[in-house]
Structure formats: structure tokens, C-alpha cells
Design a protein around this ligand. Structure first.
Ligand code: FE2
Ligand code: FE2
Length: 345
């Protein structure tokens, strides 16, 4: 997912959470509230911003939603790189709208995370200092125009698989933001597929080779987007119990691969995995081993573009500082005027 399922507390945070001092009455009241909270989730109800929730649930959500928001915003960079070089007016208009959509997704998600009591400044600071993660997929470069199509088809395609179940997430503000986001994501996937299909069916040999090269480079990173395998995700279980996560990493990955293999046939591209094979007994496509060393290497900051992406975000925040300051000054001036008008009345 855009959050890579890395949405867990550190061992230190968990120990501190458990060790927090409580009186016997407080502990009893917490147990009662926790039972009501669990019952609400079990019956498929939503938890809202002002409802009581366990500290670990709140922290897990802040981490997941802010990682998701950062991914949307950082995700604007690889494709934004191609806006000025899109091959036609139509493709340029589509790409501009898509990159703008991603900016909007980031904003809905920052707003959803803020309802949990974390300010946007804190989240941005965590991103800029390298403390917060974003999806590693955006640390790969976009070398050709076909990369823009491959991102739409594969990266937005994988994002949809991950995000549709989040529309039923137990935290109301996140679930509602996801409904709107998913509607836009499906267009993102289609525009990518359409751009690739046009090159494959109407393009030159060189364009077809460019598409194949982009698919070769984006295939493995896109299936890594579902996060580590289930047996290496011990905390997923808690997220499942809380209704934050509905489908496991491996099940989502399989679903994505099954859908995408068929789409690759329509496109006429080869997926770069010689072990991809239909398994009649399982009713799914088997696939080769994923290079998890590569995944962790990029998560830890050593991917091809990690530094460049973060530097671009920090520079954008610095360049926009005057706009935020001007807006704050204007708001303060307006508040003063309104206060003076009320006094005079
Ligand atoms: Fe998005
Ligand atoms: Fe998207």
C-alpha cells in the first residue's frame, strides 16, 4: 500500500504505552471503554474523532494516515517531472490533472490525521527530518514517458487494491477520505493503461520497446508496495482486529498479480518474472521470489532517488514559507478588524 503496511508502533513505544501509570479506577474505566470500542468495531461501526480509543489505535492510525499522506505528496514528484515533456496537449492535460489529484489526496489525508490530534506541522517535520516514511515506490526514477504510463497502470493499480478495503476502515474520517480518493485512483490507473496501450498498438517499435523497458523496471517495485510477506508482518494481526486493515499483504499482492497478468496480455507486454505460471489447483498465478533486500534497502533510504525526493519536498516547503506567512498575517489582520468592528458596534 502507499503505507507499505509499516504502520506499527516501535517496540519502545509499545513498552511505554503498556507501562503508563494508571490508578485502579482509571484502569477499570479504560477496560470498560475498551470493551465498548471493541464491540463497536465488531459490529462494523465507525470510530469517530471524539470517541474514546486506545492509545495504540490512535498512534497506529496517525502513523498510517500520515505515511499515506506523505506518499501522495511525494508521489507527485516522479510524474510531475514529465508534465513539461508530455507528448501531446491531451496527455499533458491528463497528467496535470492526475498530479493535482494526488496533491488533493495528500491534503484530505493530512486533514484526517489531524482529527487524531497531530498537527500538520508535526507531520511535515517528521517527513522532512526523515523520521516518517512514505511509500518506497516513489524513490525510483521516471526515465522515459512510458514510465508515466507504467506508474498509472501498476503503481496506481496496486494503490487501488490496497485502498479500496480502507474505505471500510474502522476510523470514520479515514474511511470517508478513502472513498473520494479511490474514485480518482481508478481514473489514474486507466489513464496509465490507456497511455501504454496507445504506444503498444499505434506506436513504433522504439515506443513498444520503451513500454517494455518501463514495465521491466516497475513490475517488482510495484508488487513490493503491498509490504512485507504476512509471516514477516507480526503487527498486521492487530490492525486486522481493529478493522484498520481488512485484507493481508500477501492476499492483496496475489489479487493484484492475478488481475494484472490478464491486463499485460491485452497490452502485449511481458512481465519480467519467468516463474509466473497459472496454478490450476490454487486458482491463482504463481510468481517468483521477491527481492526483499532491495525493498528494505530503499525503505532505509538507499534507493535511487530517496535524497532527491526529500530535498525537493524540503525546498518546496521553504519556497512556500512566505505564502503561509502572508496567509497568517492576513488572517490575523482580519481577526483584529472583526474584533474592532464588534467593539465599535
Ligand atoms: Fe492518490
Ligand atoms: Fe493516483
Amino acid at each position: 500500500m502507499y503505507t507499505q503496511a509499516l504502520d506499527v508502533m516501535t517496540p519502545q513505544e509499545r513498552a511505554a504505552d503498556r507501562a503508563a501509570p494508571r490508578s485502579a479506577e482509571d484502569a477499570a474505566a479504560d477496560a470498560e471503554r475498551e470493551a465498548a470500542f471493541e464491540a463497536r468495531i465488531a459490529e462494523g461501526g465507525f470510530i469517530e474523532a471524539k470517541d474514546w480509543m486506545p492509545g495504540h489505535y490512535r498512534k497506529t492510525l496517525v502513523r498510517q494516515i500520515s505515511q499515506h499522506a506523505h506518499s501522495e505528496i511525494v508521489g507527485m514528484l516522479p510524474e510531475g517531472n514529465w508534465i513539461s515533456r508530455a507528448p501531446s496537449l491531451k496527455r499533458k492535460a491528463i497528467l496535470l490533472a492526475k498530479v493535482q489529484d494526488e496533491g488533493g489526496h495528500g491534503l484530505y489525508l493530512y486533514a484526517a490525521a489531524e482529527t487524531l490530534g497531530t498537527s500538520r506541522d508535526q507531520m511535515i517535520e517528521a517527513l522532512h527530518s526523515g523520521k516518517a516514511k512514505y511509500s518506497s515506490i516513489f524513490n525510483y526514477p521516471t526515465l522515459t514517458w512510458a514510465d508515466v504510463g507504467a506508474i498509472g497502470w501498476l503503481v496506481d493499480g496496486a494503490a487501488i487494491m490496497n485502498q479500496v478495503p480502507l474505505c471500510r476502515c474502522s476510523y470514520g474520517p479515514y474511511a470517508r477520505a478513502m472513498i473520494r480518493i479511490c474514485r480518482e485512483e481508478s481514473f489514474h490507473q486507466r489513464q496509465g493503461f490507456d497511455a501504454l496501450l496507445t504506444m503498444m498498438k499505434q506506436g513504433t517499435d522504439a515506443q513498444r520497446a520503451m513500454v517494455q523497458d518501463a514495465v521491466d523496471r516497475w513490475w517488482w517495485p510495484s508488487i513490493m508496495m503491498f509490504g512485507p510477506p504476512d509471516d514477516a508482518s507480526p503487527n498486521s494481526e492487530q490492525s486486522m482486529r481493529w478493522g484498520i486493515k481488512r485484507i493481508s499483504n500477501d492476499d492483496l499482492r496475489q489479487k493484484f498479480i492475478d488481475a494484472t497478468v490478464e491486463q499485460a496480455k491485452v497490452l502485449g507486454v511481458t512481465l519480467p518474472d519467468p516463474e509466473l505460471k497459472w496454478n490450476e489447483a490454487r486458482g491463482h498465478w504463481d510468481f517468483g521470489a521477491i527481492d526483499w533486500d532491495e525493498f528494505w534497502n530503499v525503505v532505509k533510504g538507499h534507493g535511487p532517488c530517496n535524497r532527491e525526493r526529500l530535498a525537493a519536498r524540503v525546498a518546496a516547503a521553504d519556497d512556500g514559507a512566505w505564502v503561509r506567512e502572508a496567509a497568517m498575517a492576513h488572517a490575523a489582520k482580519q481577526a483584529t478588524r472583526e474584533r474592532d468592528a464588534r467593539r465599535a458596534a
